[in-house]
Design a protein around this ligand. Structure first.
Ligand SMILES: Nc1ncnc2c1ncn2[C@@H]1O[C@H](COP(=O)(O)OP(=O)(O)O)[C@@H](O)[C@H]1O
Ligand SMILES: [Mg+2]
Length: 251
């Protein structure tokens, strides 16, 4: 049975270390096939976690479970505070202008002002009155980020939100994400299949394999990070090997 406890009672001594997400023995079967197999995961407040995994390994399944979008999971799943999600496709409502997309469903004393401030933060204030279909891919993804941020999440769940963007736009949006994260400090779970993206952004990189967290690495390097840092070069090899990609120069 799925157990979901929000606002769990925590003893005072533990408040400092209480995770924003705590997962124990999470199981998800689809048509008799086990996709998540007794998975355990903690995300600390303000921690930036990247989740790598081969296509079909269950990354989106885990993210949907954390977002409370999947009633079919079993095990223990506890989250604290507000959760916001951004997906690979920006999922904007085409018949609502950008500003209205950002405050859609928002509970706030002044939703429009909050949405304007969020658009400002992602550098899109001047596009508030635009229709979603007139935006570039990068702009649409920034609107999607603004829509998540305006909820002031304690836990921000990102499912490959940058994978459809071209390389230059991706670099710009990486900087923006780090900037926003450093200012607001939500816990982040970023699902990605891009090892370099994980290395550039995360405090901790996880690899999902066989339905569990098969690998975990911490990265204690300041940002912005250079990809040619010796620690990152060796970690890249480790992660690629975990993902089943042979190192360069071998067959
Ligand atoms: N609603 C669903 N019904 C049936 N199978 C599903 C469903 N959602 C995901 N799956 C299956 O679960 C596996 C993991 O999917 P997913 O979590 O989307 O992988 P990833 O995001 O890592 O690429 C895949 O084999 C996928 O086909
Ligand atoms: Mg996915």
């Amino acid at each position: 049975m799925a157990t979901r406890i929000s606002g769990a009672v925590i003893t005072e001594a533990l408040v400092d270390v209480a995770p924003v997400a705590r997962v124990r023995n999470l199981v998800r079967d689809f048509d008799g096939r086990r996709v998540l197999d007794n998975l355990d995961l903690d995300i600390a407040p303000g921690e930036f976690v990247a989740l790598l995994g081969r296509s079909g390994s269950g990354k989106s399944t885990l993210l949907r479970a954390l977002a409370g979008l999947d009633r079919g999971v079993e095990g223990e799943l506890t989250t604290e505070g507000t959760i916001a999600v951004a997906f690979q496709e920006p999922r904007l409502v085409p018949w609502k202008r950008v500003l209205a997309n950002v405050f859609l469903g928002l509970k706030h004393a002044d939703p429009k002002a909050a949405a304007r401030a969020a658009l400002e933060e992602v550098g899109l204030a001047e596009r508030a009155a635009a229709w979603p279909l007139t935006l570039s891919g990068g702009e649409a993804q920034r609107v999607s980020l603004a829509r998540a941020l305006v909820r002031e999440p304690d836990l921000l769940l990102l499912d490959e939100p940058f994978s459809a963007l071209d390389a230059l736009t991706r670099i710009t949006i990486h900087r923006l994400v780090i900037d926003l994260w450093q200012r607001r400090r939500p816990g982040v779970l970023l699902v990605t299949h891009d090892v370099d993206e994980a290395l550039r952004l995360a405090d901790r990189v996880l690899v999902l394999g066989a339905g569990r967290i098969a690998h975990e690495s911490r990265i204690d390097l300041p940002r912005p990070r250079r990809g040619d840092h010796p620690h990152l070069i060796s970690l890249r090899e480790t992660l690629l090997a975990e993902l089943g990609v042979a190192p360069e120069g071998t067959r």
